[in-house]
Design a protein. Structure first.
Lengths: 217, 217
Protein backbone atom coordinates (compact mmCIF):
# COMPACT_ATOMS: atom_id res chain seq x y z
CA UNK A 1 0.00 0.00 0.00
CA UNK A 2 1.29 3.45 -0.88
CA UNK A 3 1.72 5.86 1.98
CA UNK A 4 -1.12 8.30 2.49
CA UNK A 5 0.29 11.58 3.78
CA UNK A 6 -1.96 14.52 4.60
CA UNK A 7 -0.94 17.86 6.01
CA UNK A 8 -3.37 20.19 7.74
CA UNK A 9 -1.77 23.55 7.20
CA UNK A 10 -1.90 27.29 6.97
CA UNK A 11 0.41 28.45 4.21
CA UNK A 12 1.70 31.51 6.05
CA UNK A 13 2.75 29.74 9.24
CA UNK A 14 6.46 29.25 9.96
CA UNK A 15 5.53 26.23 12.09
CA UNK A 16 3.73 24.62 9.18
CA UNK A 17 6.64 25.48 6.90
CA UNK A 18 9.00 23.54 9.14
CA UNK A 19 7.02 20.43 8.29
CA UNK A 20 6.78 21.35 4.61
CA UNK A 21 10.54 21.83 4.40
CA UNK A 22 11.08 18.44 6.06
CA UNK A 23 8.67 16.76 3.64
CA UNK A 24 10.27 18.50 0.69
CA UNK A 25 13.76 17.54 1.86
CA UNK A 26 12.70 13.90 1.94
CA UNK A 27 10.85 14.15 -1.37
CA UNK A 28 7.55 13.01 0.13
CA UNK A 29 4.33 13.69 -1.76
CA UNK A 30 1.40 14.76 0.37
CA UNK A 31 -2.05 16.26 0.19
CA UNK A 32 -2.24 19.75 1.65
CA UNK A 33 -5.43 20.74 3.46
CA UNK A 34 -5.49 24.50 3.91
CA UNK A 35 -7.26 25.43 7.13
CA UNK A 36 -9.30 28.53 7.83
CA UNK A 37 -8.30 29.28 11.41
CA UNK A 38 -11.48 31.26 12.02
CA UNK A 39 -13.50 28.19 11.05
CA UNK A 40 -11.39 25.11 11.73
CA UNK A 41 -12.29 21.89 9.95
CA UNK A 42 -13.83 18.95 11.78
CA UNK A 43 -10.75 16.96 10.73
CA UNK A 44 -8.34 19.37 12.40
CA UNK A 45 -10.35 19.31 15.63
CA UNK A 46 -10.49 15.51 15.50
CA UNK A 47 -6.80 15.07 14.73
CA UNK A 48 -5.45 17.63 17.18
CA UNK A 49 -8.02 17.82 19.98
CA UNK A 50 -5.47 19.05 22.53
CA UNK A 51 -4.18 22.15 20.71
CA UNK A 52 -6.58 22.44 17.74
CA UNK A 53 -3.64 23.88 15.83
CA UNK A 54 -1.80 23.36 12.57
CA UNK A 55 0.43 21.72 11.50
CA UNK A 56 -0.98 18.22 11.82
CA UNK A 57 0.52 15.45 9.73
CA UNK A 58 -1.70 12.43 9.16
CA UNK A 59 0.28 9.44 7.99
CA UNK A 60 -1.82 6.43 6.96
CA UNK A 61 -4.64 7.69 9.17
CA UNK A 62 -2.47 8.42 12.21
CA UNK A 63 -2.23 12.05 13.32
CA UNK A 64 0.88 13.75 14.70
CA UNK A 65 1.01 17.33 15.91
CA UNK A 66 3.53 19.84 17.25
CA UNK A 67 5.86 20.88 14.47
CA UNK A 68 9.14 19.60 15.92
CA UNK A 69 7.58 16.28 16.90
CA UNK A 70 6.34 15.98 13.31
CA UNK A 71 9.74 16.87 11.85
CA UNK A 72 11.45 14.22 14.01
CA UNK A 73 8.78 11.72 12.98
CA UNK A 74 9.40 12.45 9.31
CA UNK A 75 13.11 11.93 9.86
CA UNK A 76 12.45 8.67 11.70
CA UNK A 77 10.15 7.19 9.08
CA UNK A 78 11.62 8.32 5.79
CA UNK A 79 15.29 7.72 5.26
CA UNK A 80 17.28 9.58 2.61
CA UNK A 81 18.53 13.10 3.35
CA UNK A 82 18.88 13.20 7.16
CA UNK A 83 17.33 16.01 9.22
CA UNK A 84 18.89 15.07 12.54
CA UNK A 85 22.55 14.13 12.89
CA UNK A 86 23.19 10.42 13.30
CA UNK A 87 25.71 10.82 16.12
CA UNK A 88 23.87 10.84 19.48
CA UNK A 89 25.84 13.80 20.82
CA UNK A 90 25.35 15.90 17.69
CA UNK A 91 21.69 14.92 17.77
CA UNK A 92 21.36 16.16 21.36
CA UNK A 93 23.10 19.42 20.43
CA UNK A 94 20.65 19.93 17.54
CA UNK A 95 17.68 19.28 19.84
CA UNK A 96 19.11 21.69 22.40
CA UNK A 97 19.28 24.53 19.87
CA UNK A 98 15.88 23.73 18.36
CA UNK A 99 14.40 23.93 21.85
CA UNK A 100 16.28 27.16 22.54
CA UNK A 101 14.82 28.75 19.40
CA UNK A 102 11.30 27.67 20.34
CA UNK A 103 11.43 28.39 24.05
CA UNK A 104 13.60 31.50 24.15
CA UNK A 105 14.18 33.23 20.81
CA UNK A 106 10.75 33.18 19.21
CA UNK A 107 8.81 34.20 22.35
CA UNK A 108 11.32 37.02 23.00
CA UNK A 109 10.88 38.28 19.42
CA UNK A 110 7.07 38.05 19.59
CA UNK A 111 7.24 40.22 22.72
CA UNK A 112 9.03 42.92 20.77
CA UNK A 113 6.30 43.21 18.16
CA UNK A 114 3.47 42.60 20.63
CA UNK A 115 4.73 45.51 22.72
CA UNK A 116 5.24 47.75 19.67
CA UNK A 117 8.98 47.80 20.19
CA UNK A 118 9.32 48.14 23.95
CA UNK A 119 13.00 48.82 24.73
CA UNK A 120 13.30 46.17 27.41
CA UNK A 121 11.72 43.60 25.06
CA UNK A 122 14.16 44.56 22.29
CA UNK A 123 17.09 44.21 24.63
CA UNK A 124 15.91 40.76 25.77
CA UNK A 125 15.33 39.56 22.20
CA UNK A 126 18.79 40.78 21.17
CA UNK A 127 20.30 38.87 24.08
CA UNK A 128 18.77 35.63 22.75
CA UNK A 129 19.74 36.42 19.17
CA UNK A 130 23.29 37.12 20.30
CA UNK A 131 23.48 33.59 21.69
CA UNK A 132 22.53 32.22 18.25
CA UNK A 133 24.96 34.62 16.57
CA UNK A 134 27.75 33.34 18.80
CA UNK A 135 26.83 29.74 18.08
CA UNK A 136 27.02 30.34 14.33
CA UNK A 137 30.28 32.29 14.71
CA UNK A 138 31.94 29.65 16.89
CA UNK A 139 31.16 26.83 14.44
CA UNK A 140 31.85 28.85 11.30
CA UNK A 141 29.54 26.70 9.17
CA UNK A 142 27.12 27.70 6.44
CA UNK A 143 24.22 26.27 8.47
CA UNK A 144 23.66 25.35 12.10
CA UNK A 145 24.02 21.75 10.98
CA UNK A 146 27.21 22.22 8.97
CA UNK A 147 27.23 22.28 5.16
CA UNK A 148 23.59 21.21 4.96
CA UNK A 149 20.45 22.30 6.76
CA UNK A 150 19.30 20.25 9.72
CA UNK A 151 16.69 20.36 12.50
CA UNK A 152 18.04 23.63 13.90
CA UNK A 153 17.91 25.51 10.61
CA UNK A 154 14.40 24.22 9.93
CA UNK A 155 13.27 25.26 13.41
CA UNK A 156 14.72 28.71 12.80
CA UNK A 157 12.81 29.28 9.54
CA UNK A 158 10.91 32.11 11.24
CA UNK A 159 14.18 33.94 11.90
CA UNK A 160 15.36 33.48 8.33
CA UNK A 161 12.26 34.66 6.48
CA UNK A 162 9.33 35.91 8.56
CA UNK A 163 11.29 38.13 10.91
CA UNK A 164 12.54 40.50 8.23
CA UNK A 165 9.02 40.82 6.81
CA UNK A 166 7.54 41.63 10.22
CA UNK A 167 10.38 44.13 10.73
CA UNK A 168 9.33 45.86 7.53
CA UNK A 169 5.63 45.75 8.47
CA UNK A 170 6.23 47.19 11.92
CA UNK A 171 9.19 49.40 11.09
CA UNK A 172 11.02 47.88 14.05
CA UNK A 173 14.43 46.53 13.06
CA UNK A 174 15.95 43.79 15.22
CA UNK A 175 18.46 41.96 13.04
CA UNK A 176 20.87 44.15 11.13
CA UNK A 177 23.90 42.98 9.20
CA UNK A 178 26.10 45.09 11.48
CA UNK A 179 24.76 43.67 14.69
CA UNK A 180 24.16 40.07 13.64
CA UNK A 181 26.35 39.37 10.61
CA UNK A 182 26.32 35.60 11.02
CA UNK A 183 22.54 35.35 11.42
CA UNK A 184 22.10 37.58 8.36
CA UNK A 185 24.42 35.41 6.31
CA UNK A 186 22.80 32.21 7.56
CA UNK A 187 19.29 33.54 6.79
CA UNK A 188 20.38 34.37 3.26
CA UNK A 189 21.85 30.89 2.78
CA UNK A 190 18.77 29.25 4.24
CA UNK A 191 16.10 31.01 2.18
CA UNK A 192 18.13 30.30 -0.94
CA UNK A 193 18.20 26.54 -0.39
CA UNK A 194 16.15 24.98 -3.15
CA UNK A 195 14.04 22.84 -0.76
CA UNK A 196 13.26 25.90 1.33
CA UNK A 197 12.70 28.41 -1.46
CA UNK A 198 10.16 26.14 -3.09
CA UNK A 199 7.80 26.19 -0.16
CA UNK A 200 8.15 29.63 1.43
CA UNK A 201 4.90 31.63 1.22
CA UNK A 202 4.92 34.73 -1.02
CA UNK A 203 6.57 37.71 0.65
CA UNK A 204 3.88 40.17 -0.43
CA UNK A 205 1.10 38.13 1.19
CA UNK A 206 2.93 37.96 4.49
CA UNK A 207 3.80 41.65 4.37
CA UNK A 208 0.15 42.61 3.80
CA UNK A 209 -0.94 40.24 6.58
CA UNK A 210 1.53 41.64 9.12
CA UNK A 211 0.86 45.25 8.13
CA UNK A 212 -2.81 44.63 8.86
CA UNK A 213 -2.07 42.78 12.08
CA UNK A 214 0.23 45.48 13.42
CA UNK A 215 -2.01 48.33 12.29
CA UNK A 216 0.34 49.70 9.64
CA UNK A 217 -1.84 48.81 6.64
CA UNK B 1 38.11 3.45 27.95
CA UNK B 2 35.34 3.32 30.50
CA UNK B 3 32.61 5.91 30.14
CA UNK B 4 32.94 8.95 32.35
CA UNK B 5 29.50 10.18 33.31
CA UNK B 6 29.01 13.26 35.46
CA UNK B 7 25.75 14.84 36.51
CA UNK B 8 25.48 18.41 37.72
CA UNK B 9 22.42 18.31 39.88
CA UNK B 10 20.23 19.63 42.62
CA UNK B 11 18.71 16.74 44.52
CA UNK B 12 15.30 18.33 45.00
CA UNK B 13 14.68 19.20 41.36
CA UNK B 14 12.10 17.18 39.40
CA UNK B 15 14.00 18.08 36.20
CA UNK B 16 17.20 16.60 37.59
CA UNK B 17 15.28 13.55 38.79
CA UNK B 18 14.11 12.88 35.23
CA UNK B 19 17.75 12.38 34.30
CA UNK B 20 18.49 10.35 37.43
CA UNK B 21 15.56 8.04 36.71
CA UNK B 22 16.78 7.57 33.14
CA UNK B 23 20.31 6.79 34.34
CA UNK B 24 18.98 4.42 36.98
CA UNK B 25 16.72 2.68 34.46
CA UNK B 26 19.74 2.04 32.25
CA UNK B 27 21.93 1.02 35.16
CA UNK B 28 24.55 3.69 34.44
CA UNK B 29 27.01 4.66 37.13
CA UNK B 30 27.78 8.35 37.39
CA UNK B 31 29.36 10.95 39.61
CA UNK B 32 26.86 13.37 41.09
CA UNK B 33 27.95 16.98 41.56
CA UNK B 34 25.51 18.73 43.84
CA UNK B 35 25.17 22.40 42.91
CA UNK B 36 24.49 25.32 45.21
CA UNK B 37 22.16 27.43 43.04
CA UNK B 38 23.03 30.56 44.98
CA UNK B 39 26.69 30.02 44.14
CA UNK B 40 26.91 28.02 40.94
CA UNK B 41 30.11 26.15 40.19
CA UNK B 42 32.48 27.25 37.44
CA UNK B 43 31.85 23.86 35.83
CA UNK B 44 28.11 24.40 35.64
CA UNK B 45 28.57 27.84 34.08
CA UNK B 46 31.07 26.40 31.62
CA UNK B 47 28.99 23.40 30.67
CA UNK B 48 25.64 25.19 30.38
CA UNK B 49 26.49 28.79 29.48
CA UNK B 50 23.10 29.39 27.85
CA UNK B 51 20.82 28.51 30.76
CA UNK B 52 23.26 28.10 33.65
CA UNK B 53 20.86 25.49 35.01
CA UNK B 54 20.87 21.92 36.22
CA UNK B 55 20.65 19.18 35.10
CA UNK B 56 23.76 18.97 32.95
CA UNK B 57 25.07 15.57 31.95
CA UNK B 58 28.71 15.43 30.96
CA UNK B 59 29.55 12.27 29.07
CA UNK B 60 33.24 11.75 28.34
CA UNK B 61 33.76 15.49 28.62
CA UNK B 62 30.81 16.49 26.43
CA UNK B 63 28.03 18.47 28.12
CA UNK B 64 24.31 18.10 27.41
CA UNK B 65 21.60 20.18 29.02
CA UNK B 66 17.82 20.46 29.04
CA UNK B 67 16.36 17.50 30.89
CA UNK B 68 14.37 15.95 28.03
CA UNK B 69 17.27 16.36 25.62
CA UNK B 70 19.44 14.56 28.16
CA UNK B 71 16.92 11.77 28.67
CA UNK B 72 16.68 11.19 24.90
CA UNK B 73 20.47 11.21 24.69
CA UNK B 74 20.72 8.59 27.42
CA UNK B 75 18.22 6.44 25.56
CA UNK B 76 20.16 6.90 22.31
CA UNK B 77 23.55 5.99 23.75
CA UNK B 78 22.82 3.24 26.23
CA UNK B 79 20.72 0.35 25.04
CA UNK B 80 18.94 -2.01 27.43
CA UNK B 81 15.63 -0.94 28.97
CA UNK B 82 14.13 1.47 26.41
CA UNK B 83 12.85 4.91 27.45
CA UNK B 84 11.29 5.84 24.13
CA UNK B 85 9.14 3.44 22.12
CA UNK B 86 10.88 1.93 19.10
CA UNK B 87 7.94 2.43 16.75
CA UNK B 88 8.19 5.89 15.11
CA UNK B 89 4.51 6.68 15.63
CA UNK B 90 4.52 5.64 19.28
CA UNK B 91 7.73 7.62 19.71
CA UNK B 92 6.07 10.73 18.28
CA UNK B 93 3.09 10.23 20.59
CA UNK B 94 5.42 9.99 23.60
CA UNK B 95 7.24 13.17 22.56
CA UNK B 96 3.92 14.93 22.08
CA UNK B 97 2.80 14.15 25.64
CA UNK B 98 6.19 14.96 27.15
CA UNK B 99 6.05 18.35 25.45
CA UNK B 100 2.47 18.85 26.62
CA UNK B 101 3.49 18.21 30.23
CA UNK B 102 6.41 20.65 29.96
CA UNK B 103 4.70 23.39 27.96
CA UNK B 104 1.17 23.26 29.36
CA UNK B 105 0.71 21.26 32.55
CA UNK B 106 3.68 22.29 34.64
CA UNK B 107 3.45 26.05 33.87
CA UNK B 108 -0.30 25.97 34.60
CA UNK B 109 0.34 24.27 37.95
CA UNK B 110 3.15 26.68 38.87
CA UNK B 111 0.70 29.53 38.23
CA UNK B 112 -1.68 28.10 40.82
CA UNK B 113 0.92 28.12 43.57
CA UNK B 114 2.54 31.35 42.42
CA UNK B 115 -0.84 33.08 42.64
CA UNK B 116 -1.64 31.52 46.02
CA UNK B 117 -4.53 29.54 44.56
CA UNK B 118 -6.13 32.04 42.19
CA UNK B 119 -9.44 30.53 40.99
CA UNK B 120 -8.80 31.17 37.31
CA UNK B 121 -5.35 29.60 37.61
CA UNK B 122 -6.83 26.53 39.33
CA UNK B 123 -9.44 26.18 36.64
CA UNK B 124 -6.79 26.39 33.90
CA UNK B 125 -4.51 23.87 35.62
CA UNK B 126 -7.41 21.46 36.06
CA UNK B 127 -8.22 21.77 32.37
CA UNK B 128 -4.68 20.61 31.50
CA UNK B 129 -4.75 17.86 34.10
CA UNK B 130 -8.09 16.67 32.73
CA UNK B 131 -6.44 16.18 29.33
CA UNK B 132 -3.83 13.90 30.95
CA UNK B 133 -6.55 12.14 32.95
CA UNK B 134 -8.44 11.43 29.73
CA UNK B 135 -5.30 10.17 28.02
CA UNK B 136 -4.64 7.70 30.85
CA UNK B 137 -8.33 6.66 30.93
CA UNK B 138 -8.52 6.13 27.17
CA UNK B 139 -5.46 3.88 27.10
CA UNK B 140 -6.23 2.04 30.33
CA UNK B 141 -2.57 1.24 31.00
CA UNK B 142 -0.62 1.26 34.22
CA UNK B 143 1.72 3.93 32.82
CA UNK B 144 1.57 6.41 29.97
CA UNK B 145 3.88 4.07 28.10
CA UNK B 146 1.95 0.86 28.78
CA UNK B 147 3.09 -1.73 31.33
CA UNK B 148 6.43 0.03 31.85
CA UNK B 149 7.44 3.63 32.41
CA UNK B 150 8.61 5.61 29.41
CA UNK B 151 9.55 9.16 28.46
CA UNK B 152 6.11 10.51 29.35
CA UNK B 153 6.06 9.05 32.85
CA UNK B 154 9.58 10.31 33.51
CA UNK B 155 8.66 13.78 32.25
CA UNK B 156 5.65 13.74 34.58
CA UNK B 157 7.67 12.92 37.73
CA UNK B 158 6.73 16.33 39.13
CA UNK B 159 3.03 15.43 38.94
CA UNK B 160 3.59 12.07 40.60
CA UNK B 161 5.64 13.20 43.59
CA UNK B 162 6.31 16.92 43.97
CA UNK B 163 2.79 18.15 43.33
CA UNK B 164 1.24 16.41 46.33
CA UNK B 165 4.01 17.76 48.59
CA UNK B 166 3.49 21.33 47.35
CA UNK B 167 -0.26 20.84 47.85
CA UNK B 168 0.40 19.94 51.47
CA UNK B 169 2.82 22.85 51.93
CA UNK B 170 0.41 25.39 50.45
CA UNK B 171 -2.85 23.80 51.60
CA UNK B 172 -4.11 24.11 48.02
CA UNK B 173 -5.39 20.79 46.68
CA UNK B 174 -5.44 20.30 42.92
CA UNK B 175 -5.40 16.55 42.34
CA UNK B 176 -7.91 14.55 44.34
CA UNK B 177 -8.75 10.89 43.87
CA UNK B 178 -12.35 11.85 43.11
CA UNK B 179 -11.52 14.36 40.43
CA UNK B 180 -8.48 12.68 38.86
CA UNK B 181 -8.67 8.96 39.71
CA UNK B 182 -6.40 7.85 36.86
CA UNK B 183 -3.68 10.40 37.60
CA UNK B 184 -3.82 9.42 41.28
CA UNK B 185 -3.48 5.73 40.43
CA UNK B 186 -0.70 6.41 37.92
CA UNK B 187 1.20 8.57 40.44
CA UNK B 188 1.01 5.79 42.99
CA UNK B 189 2.30 3.24 40.46
CA UNK B 190 5.07 5.56 39.34
CA UNK B 191 6.53 6.47 42.73
CA UNK B 192 6.49 2.80 43.66
CA UNK B 193 8.63 1.73 40.72
CA UNK B 194 11.93 0.54 42.10
CA UNK B 195 14.02 2.68 39.72
CA UNK B 196 12.02 5.76 40.68
CA UNK B 197 11.71 5.13 44.40
CA UNK B 198 15.47 4.75 44.73
CA UNK B 199 16.20 8.25 43.57
CA UNK B 200 13.31 10.42 44.76
CA UNK B 201 14.45 13.05 47.28
CA UNK B 202 13.19 12.69 50.86
CA UNK B 203 9.61 13.92 51.26
CA UNK B 204 10.35 15.78 54.51
CA UNK B 205 13.11 17.85 52.92
CA UNK B 206 10.87 18.90 50.06
CA UNK B 207 7.98 19.67 52.39
CA UNK B 208 10.16 21.91 54.53
CA UNK B 209 11.55 23.62 51.43
CA UNK B 210 8.12 24.34 49.94
CA UNK B 211 6.64 25.43 53.30
CA UNK B 212 9.42 27.99 53.51
CA UNK B 213 9.06 29.03 49.88
CA UNK B 214 5.30 29.53 50.14
CA UNK B 215 5.46 31.22 53.53
CA UNK B 216 3.74 28.45 55.47
CA UNK B 217 6.76 27.41 57.53
Amino acid sequence: MADEVKLYAVGGSPFVCRVKIALNLKGIEYQNFEEDLSNKSADLLKYNPVYKKVPVLVHNGKPISESLVVVEYIDDVWKGVPILPQDPYEKAVARFWAKFIDDKCIPAIFKVFGSNGDKQAISEACEQLQILENELASKGNKFFGGDNINLVDITADFLAYWLEIIEEATEIKLVTKDKFPKITEWADNFVNCQVVKEILPPREHLLAFFRKRFGKA
